[in-house]
Design a protein around this ligand. Sequence first.
Ligand SMILES: *Cc1c(COP(=O)(O)O)cnc(C)c1O
Length: 393
Amino acid sequence: MNNIVKPDTKDRFEQLRTPFYYYDTDLLADTLAVIKQETSKHEGYQLHYAIKACANPKVLRQIQQAGFGADCVSGGEIKVCLENGFPANEIVFAGVGKADWEIELALEAGIQYFNVESIPELEVIADIATRMNKVANVSFRINPNVGAHTHANITTGLAENKFGIAMEDMEHVIRAAQSLACIRFVGLHFHIGSQILEMDDFEALCHRINELQDRLEAEGITEVKNINVGGGLGIDYNDPDGHPIPDFHAYFETYARHLKLRPGQHLHFELGRAVVGQCGSLITRCLYVKQAKAKQFVIVDAGMTDLIRPALYGAHHCIQNLSSTAPLQTYDIVGPVCESSDTFATGYELPLTNRGDLIAIRSAGAYGEIMASHYNCRELPMAYTSEDLISQN
Ligand SMILES: *Cc1c(COP(=O)(O)O)cnc(C)c1O
């Protein structure tokens, strides 16, 4: 069953130039409502949407209007959030390499807190805050050395990864922060990776945080106002219609059950993919069907410049022919870019496909449009929401 592309919008697709991203506003609304409902069951839970997953302005506005904060990893993202209505005091700022201008921008705007990833960074933030006569709220990103069952390029919580401060240095950095007048220490931050589907991985993070909190208490450090556990909840790329909304209940329950929050402590989440992944599809058109010796290719007008996940991570996306219900054939589905990795799927079954057929590449809402590039001097893809298409009808 194809829930995403509604009958009335499919006709509109025919009139639009491909490739383009299509965001299902209703599914995003339903997803946001489930997150709201599940977080409201627990005292002090707050979501900062990780805007690096998708910064499409219409998507951002919908998320902001649903009452979520934002997690940024660059000054550019902070600007985009401010432009799209996120209050500065609901923006958090992470990243291993914050430039001086980005720190200045964040301080000027008055963001909620920085997620600081090293001592040299703390020193630079302190210098800039002193010069600007501001107080910077900082949370420390601790590398919990917790693995996650996901793609090697997207685990971030192992000691070997570049992210965060080593657990051994935790007390030292907190004491350093507490000695600085222009710095207010507000919490601890963690993020173990992305596309995580096993709740055990999040449970392991909870146990590690419990240990660290015990250690801090034993050291007399009790000012940890927020625990931020990052994002990472995965989506079902194999069955977007079977699981259009991730299991947020299980996700938040895992934290509720295993993480020992101290009285008054807040728990912050930074989900990206789980919020927007399933509401987006990349809509493309078959340009040619090419018979090769051992296989046949469907060559579409979208390429790795529009959706790089298959080329970058070997990611799987469901692909549907919206124009054909003929018997299945086996194809390699490839783009027009001059790279062999410009391949969306190999040995994939689609109904017999012809030039001009509309093809939907599903589950493309996260790390899709935002990663588009101009390589080969290609234009960036357009984007529409279901609401746009209905209101134009
Ligand atoms: C990428 C990132 C996230 C979001 O990850 P998802 O897997 O999309 O939920 C959250 N926090 C930080 C610090 C990140 O770098």
